[in-house]
Design a protein around this ligand. Structure first.
Ligand SMILES: [Zn+2]
Length: 263
């Protein structure tokens, strides 16, 4: 690190849990961020400001006037522009040292697998189940940590699946594909602006911790927020031994998400 970097990251370096070694790990890391909307905005802002060395942002959408109420990485003069380009421009103003690669498409198939394989941590900031499951399958296949967030109306949730660990559940263990969970999208249901800021900021914190190997991440827990009452719940998650995506074969009992009250 040169003198400017020592200054830029000094408030991280002062933390004994991070120090120069931790900051250097961030500078050397490569993350994959899928979705440059309400959650992707705060995630990308914090990762760039924190000095994550390289990240790839994928989103096939363009900036729309209705996005600006909460997608704080985009500005009014970016309307009509690809979200990934708009985000890249903002992030380069915050930290010109972060290398941002943009992918203006809905990634799937081999392309998605290739991106997941080359990332240290994968961040799911998408808003549809099909993409979430595709990201999860690739993360299971290549044993990559997955930081997952969601927010609609006043309800938010965040979870980490550290798929480098054999005992970690995956997204499918929690929300099996084809289950009766109803897809709720902001465009139809509405979303409280700071909700995605809160959830996205937690995602960013978990990504940084995973990259540096500090603290205890959310693996095995799902955090649920009701922003109307500002009450949190923590749901303990277990790997589903019958999971169609991550189960190894030898099975004994079915997973039951055990709710532990922690308010
Ligand atoms: Zn699973």
């Amino acid at each position: 690190m040169d003198d400017n970097q020592l200054l830029r990251y000094s408030r991280h370096i002062l933390l004994p849990e991070i120090g120069i070694d931790g900051q250097q790990k961030l500078l050397d890391s490569n993350v994959l961020l899928i979705g440059a909307g309400g959650l992707g905005a705060p995630v990308s802002l914090y990762l760039a400001a924190s000095g994550v060395g390289r990240f790839t942002i994928c989103d096939d959408d363009s900036v729309d006037l209705t996005n600006l109420q909460r997608q704080i990485v985009h500005f009014t003069d970016s309307i009509g522009e690809h979200k990934v380009e708009s985000a890249r421009r903002t992030l380069s103003r915050i930290n010109p040292e972060t290398i941002v690669t943009t992918v203006a498409e809905r990634v799937a198939g081999e392309r998605l697998e290739q991106l997941v394989r080359s990332a240290d941590v994968v961040i799911d900031c998408t808003d549809n189940f099909a993409t979430r499951h595709a990201i999860n399958r690739a993360c299971v296949k290549f044993s990559r940590p997955l930081v997952s967030g969601a927010g609609v109306r006043f309800d938010g949730q965040v979870a980490v699946f550290d798929l480098r660990r054999a005992d970690s559940p995956c997204y499918h263990c929690l929300f099996p594909e084809g289950g009766d969970l109803e897809e709720m999208r902001c465009a139809v249901m509405g979303v409280f602006a700071p909700l995605v800021g809160i959830i996205g900021s937690i995602q960013a914190a978990e990504v940084l911790k995973l990259l540096m190997g500090v603290g205890r991440d959310l693996t095995g827990r799902l955090l649920l927020l009701d922003a109307l009452t500002m009450e949190w719940r923590s749901v303990r998650l277990k790997k589903d031994p019958h999971c169609a995506v991550c189960a190894s074969g030898d099975t004994t009992q079915r997973n039951a998400a055990e709710v532990c009250v922690r308010q």
